[in-house]
Design a protein around this ligand. Sequence first.
Ligand code: HXC
Ligand code: NAP
Length: 283
Amino acid sequence: MFRTDLLKSKRILITGGGTGLGKGMAQRFLQLGAMVYICGRRQEVLKDTEAELARLTGGIIHSMPCDVRKVETVEAMIESIWRDGPLDIVVNNAAGNFLARSEELSPRAFAAVVGIVLMGTIYVTTACGRRWLMTGHAGTVLNITTTYASTGSAYVVPSAVAKAGVEALTRSLAVEWGNRGIRSNAIAPGPIPTEGAFSRLLPGRDMEKMAMQRNPLGRFGTLEELANLAAFLVSDGSAYINGEVIVMDGGEWLQGAGEFSHLGRLLTEKQWAALKPRKVPGL
Ligand code: HXC
Ligand code: NAP
């Protein structure tokens, strides 16, 4: 799909890059010539991913443990990366989420998710942004949100409010920093099978099946599809795209929003036939 040097000499940090979608993007960026940094809380997971992706792609990848909820730890990580040279791109992908009824959530439960998703994204983005602005270095921010950031969703309220904040941050900084060489965009994916997301949000075959049937394309998205869109959005080929949230969900959220969309699964042939116009005698 792309030239293999699309991201040559680009230095990219992916938060939460040790697993799932972050790992998928790391692999694709390495294949396209980038130097990649990944971070997360679990050092052994990061080390395994680092070794696996280096072996698979032959690219240069570094991992650093970092809890993005802790501003001092984020500052230390960014400072240590900058000592080797400035980043060109940051992908805010780290997240926390779970299904729960909102009235049963403790303040710490809200803080756990909002801390990772919103505050983590703010800490990482401003740490990079300040350095880019100070030196006049061009930068690109790509945030990974989700389709319910714009609609809201029951039972994942901490995540929904935090992701909505990330989308507001994306659009705000696109304008505030755009004229100084920093682009900000986001991808809002629908369901893509990963252990982290599916074990928490679609546990069990029945829930998976229901989610798949809801999708107009009748399937989930893939890591490759997400990674290719991300590669395009962080590349210079998309230099005029700024402040956008690109939905990648097979049309799922529109299916959920359309008043009559469910009829395709509900009505029988006989019922469709009954809806056809009747011949009126004399007309
Ligand atoms: C209610 C819960 C809870 C649950 C935790 N808490 N899980 N409350 N229901 N299922 C509460 C705890 O009781 C505690 O509050 C507080 O949250 C903090 O919990 P900890 O376990 O101490 O937090 P921590 O170890 O920091 O873990 C954070 C986490 C965890 C978010 C809770 O799930 C995590 O580490 N997630 C990272 C990976 C992840 O979530 N990936 C999925 C991303 S998918 P109290 O008051 O008891 O102390 C995604 C979008 C998918 O984002 C969209 C699909 C379509
Ligand atoms: P995942 O594998 O659970 O990824 C989450 C990553 O974030 C993990 O690597 C985790 O590593 C890291 N992380 C969590 N808390 C952190 C913290 N405090 N500091 C640093 N890193 C932290 O799930 P995923 O499906 O790939 O999700 C990736 C992104 O896609 C998330 O933003 C998610 O909201 C979004 N998304 C996913 C889907 C989907 O269907 N998969 C759909 C829409 C949006 P550690 O636990 O080691 O810290």
